[in-house]
Design a protein around this ligand. Structure first.
Ligand code: GLU
Length: 377
């Protein structure tokens, strides 16, 4: 399997590198300029090997808090975090700008909210901007637009964001720089018997349980969010690597073929881009509960969802929105784009397609979710 790892890393031409807050800052301290200089040197060397790099960088809130003379505390009010992000983001970019300039590299800032990617048109716009920046040899540096993102439209953490950026950029590899060497069988900070896992071939429930939710003081995501990112990119056929970004020379070692960190092999069959967007990027405001026959038709027979298979509607959504499909026990097994609003579905659930027009006064489609707009999870 280490052959697979070597091959996948060697042929990766477009790489997303996620840099966590704990890598860029000390606990409760501001940005570590020396660390940024080391990383910029290593990243520039990767680019000089004819590879493209996209950075997803955290650190805005931590940098902002330090500048304001504040420490991150549990339950800190959101507006204060948002204000700190505004203070810290410009400082963060200024550091990257001047550091990469010493390597003759240009950088660009992209701030995203969850909504930007879950709206298909905005997703495609962001994608073409990103590709244009890469064509001009610019390093896109992406962060969440923390200043405007409220809970409902947040990515949550930059592990999740970097997983989405892999898809947005059509990248070949995701490297997560963390303040820990990689994945262990349990949390090494509290369990001295924890064993290091260099390779994850498949993300089983056992692997996920072992990961727990080890979290650093300054970052937002823990190990669990990194595994979620691995799942997301793996389904898109992209491998992921977690390495300790606090150790100098890590990135260089990775591309020299040294086996550091934890490598996650991707799935052999990858989702098509649009399906992947439906499954992992679009937001859902609700869903439909389907009967056993409906689930079987979707899961095993490659059929579209018809009103007859629906027993209940959850939440409120418009025609065109992404919804989940769950069975009667609440297990979500698919996601798709609904051709009807939740209001209309309340009226036509359980009915034959021939009855739709009589009830609604119009019938635009036979199916509620067309097969092309559906992904089995
Ligand atoms: N966007 C946050 C920041 O720049 C980081 C979120 C995270 O740590 O995952 O501070």
């Amino acid at each position: 399997m280490s052959q697979d790892r070597k091959k996948l890393i060697a042929k990766a031409k477009r790489i997303v590198i996620k840099i966590g807050s704990a890598v860029l800052t000390g606990a409760g301290e501001g940005l570590d300029q020396k660390r940024i200089e080391q990383l910029a040197a290593e990243i520039s060397a990767i680019m000089d090997q004819k590879r493209e790099v996209i950075i997803v960088s955290s650190g805005a809130i931590a940098a902002g808090l330090a500048k304001l003379g504040l420490k991150k505390t549990k339950g800190m009010p959101l507006p204060l975090k948002q204000a700190a992000a505004a203070v810290g983001q410009s400082r963060l970019m200024w550091m990257y700008e001047k550091t990469f300039a010493t390597h003759d590299k240009k950088v660009a800032q992209i701030l995203l909210t969850r909504e930007d990617l879950s709206n298909r048109t905005r997703f495609l716009n962001a994608r073409s901007t990103l590709h244009t920046l890469l064509e001009h040899d610019v390093i896109p540096i992406i962060n969440e637009n923390d200043t405007v993102a409220v809970a409902e439209i947040k990515f949550g953490d930059n592990d999740n964001l970097s997983g989405m950026v892999v898809h947005l950029a059509d990248a070949d590899l995701l490297v997560i720089l963390s303040d820990i060497d990689g994945l262990y069988t349990s949390d090494p900070r509290i369990d001295s018997h924890a064993q290091f896992i260099p390779l994850v071939e498949k993300l089983t429930a056992e692997v996920e349980r072992g990961a727990g939710d080890a979290q650093s003081l300054v970052g937002t995501g823990g190990m669990r969010s990194k595994l979620m990112a691995a799942k997301k990119v793996g389904a898109y056929g992209v491998p992921m690597l977690i390495v300790n970004g606090k150790k100098q020379g890590m990135l260089r070692s990775v591309f020299e073929g040294v086996e550091v960190g934890t490598f996650f092999l991707p799935k052999a069959v990858r989702n098509r881009s649009r399906q992947h967007w439906i499954a992992y990027t679009a937001c859902t405001n609700g869903g439909v509960i389907v009967d056993d026959g409906g689930r079987d038709a979707l899961e095993n027979k490659g059929k579209s969802l018809l009103p007859g298979g629906i027993v209940r509607i959850e939440g409120t959504f418009k025609a065109g929105d992404c919804v989940h499909c769950a069975d009667r026990s609440g297990n979500i097994f698919a996601r798709g784009l609904s051709k009807y609003s939740s209001d209309d579905l309340e009226k036509i659930k359980g009915l034959k397609t021939s009855q739709i027009e009589g009830v609604l006064g119009h019938k635009d489609y036979d199916e509620v979710i067309h097969r092309d707009d559906l992904v089995i999870l």
